[in-house]
Design a protein around this ligand. Structure first.
Ligand code: SF4
Ligand code: SF4
Length: 483
């Protein structure tokens, strides 16, 4: 009979999952049952379906999310963004950042415990597979400590085979966010030699997914994720987190012992913790807010017929019998930044057009003068962000009446998600010319569903200099005639 290896004793001076000699004790958190476990399970499976179905759901003819990096086209919930729209990314990232700041200042690491893909996939896919094949926490720890045997090799081989298959499936679904589901399917059916680079990338990424969820696990949250590290800068004593009621629980001791608090030192809250900490030692960097310890302790309290909530969602102030302030400088500041960011992002998204239009001056001379005209040459670049061909027409606005356009005759058809650059020339009769002027190039689709305007300057010499040059030309001409 194998001896179960107990987890290391948690303490606040070191990370529980790293021993003094630097080795890594593997965590075998026990399963929990209770209201938070049920709610988290429902939320996790809804999220898993959501994460995995986005590349399959079509909106406006494209997957709900398709980040087509190769073509520099990004389809997000029916909106199409081109490379030229990347400035919006600034507002999206800062908006998400401030949202996270705001939520963290109010509710701690609720994102980590309830919605982060790392937690959701680890706890509700990979840990479930492990429990299904190797058994509960005690059985898993015993199996880990047991010498090699046919049974151990069989169970471990089975687990790792399933892990590899699941990692490969998740990786391919992840790839579908970048190249679409049909493309992934075509790649899967083709020989690796037809797409070596993608094949190598996918193999490496499958290996990484397997490594993270099979072995590295909670270390992602503790060692790599920067969010956990900055939480102490985002939270304070009014932030609601998973916390232990020291006033009620201490001094801990066996049920029935005189003078002890409600904590019976059963260690159930430690046994269920996926990061191996003891929440009774206070809020710690390793706590991902998974609520497992709440359910574990509530179960103990129920058996002892005592009130629930010895461990509960509460602020440090509330645990000290002080009031919790929801409105405070940091929450107000984060809320203002969030509101400003969301407003700007909303406005920026509303300005997105189904096409991008750029009007630039052609390289070379700024203007050309001949006997009759002054000419300027331009290049109009049209990017069609729709998935249907679009015909564009060009018009000049606020321009002098005799300004003529050549080169951009009729409509120009731009293929779906295509790009066309078309030169055009503007010519102004010399006798009408009164100096450089500004005008507007208006580009619209033939169906007139939208238009884009660009302000452009027509360049030429100062009118006075042009007239003087003309006088000189005339004088020279007359002089030649006299001769
Ligand atoms: S589960 Fe509750 S009673 Fe048991 S040790 Fe943890 S806090 Fe104390
Ligand atoms: S202390 Fe509780 S809430 Fe925090 S990670 Fe451990 S079990 Fe989850």
């Amino acid at each position: 009979m194998a001896v179960s290896v107990p987890p290391p004793r948690p303490n606040r001076d070191s990370v529980t999952t790293i021993r003094e000699d630097g080795s890594r004790p593997f965590m075998f958190p026990a399963d929990t049952h209770g209201r938070f476990t049920r709610a988290r399970r429902i939320s996790a499976y809804v999220l898993i379906v959501f994460y995995l179905s986005l590349p399959w759901i079509k909106i406006n003819g494209y997957p709900a999310i398709l980040l087509d990096v190769a073509e520099r086209r990004f389809h997000l919930f029916g909106l199409t963004f081109a490379a030229q729209d990347m400035w919006l990314l600034f507002f999206v990232i800062t908006g998400l950042g401030f949202s996270l700041f705001f939520i963290t200042s109010l509710l701690g690491r609720v994102w980590c415990g309830w919605a982060c893909p790392q937690t959701v996939f680890l706890e509700y896919i990979f840990r479930r597979i492990e429990v299904w094949i190797e058994g509960d926490a005690v059985a898993r720890r015993a199996l880990d400590a047991a010498p090699l045997s046919a049974g151990k090799i069989g169970k471990r081989a089975c687990k790792h085979a399933v892990y590899l298959v699941v990692s490969a499936v998740l990786t391919h679904l992840f790839l579908a966010y970048f190249v679409s589901v049909p493309e992934v399917w075509a790649m899967v059916r083709a020989a690796p030699s037809e797409h070596w680079s993608t094949f190598v990338f996918m193999t490496a990424y499958t290996g990484l997914t397997y490594f993270i969820f099979c072995w590295f696990r909670e270390q992602v949250c503790i060692v790599i994720c920067p969010y956990g590290r900055i939480q102490s800068a985002l939270t304070d004593d009014n932030t609601v987190t998973v916390g232990y009621d020291t006033l009620r629980g201490e001094p801990r001791g066996k049920a029935g012992t005189e003078g002890v608090g409600d904590c019976v030192a059963c260690n159930k809250c430690v046994q269920v913790c996926p990061t191996g900490i003891d929440i009774r030692q206070g809020l710690q960097l390793e706590c991902v807010g998974c609520t497992a310890c709440i359910d574990a302790c509530d179960d103990v309290m129920t058996r002892l017929n005592r009130p629930l909530g010895l461990i509960r969602y509460a602020s440090q102030n509330s645990l000290q019998k002080k009031s919790t302030r929801w409105v405070r400088p940091r929450t107000v500041l984060y809320a203002i930044l969030l509101a400003v960011g969301a407003s700007v992002a909303g406005w920026a998204v509303s300005t997105i057009k189904p096409a991008n239009v750029g009007v630039t001056r052609m390289v070379g001379a700024a203007y050309i003068i001949d006997r009759e005209y002054i000419r300027n040459q331009f290049l109009v670049r049209l990017v069609n962000k729709r998935n249907t061909p679009t015909r564009f027409v060009l018009a000049l606005e606020a321009a002098p009446p005799h300004l003529r356009q050549a080169g951009f005759a009729g409509a120009i058809e731009v293929p779906p998600l295509g790009e066309v650059a078309a030169p055009f020339v503007l010519q102004q009769p010399r006798h009408d010319y009164t100096g450089p002027f500004h005008f507007t190039v208006r580009v619209q689709d033939e169906g007139r569903t939208f238009f884009v305007e660009r302000k452009v300057e027509f360049l030429g010499p100062e009118a006075r200099l042009l007239r003087e040059a003309e006088e000189d030309e005339k004088a020279e001409h007359a002089h030649r005639k006299e001769k």
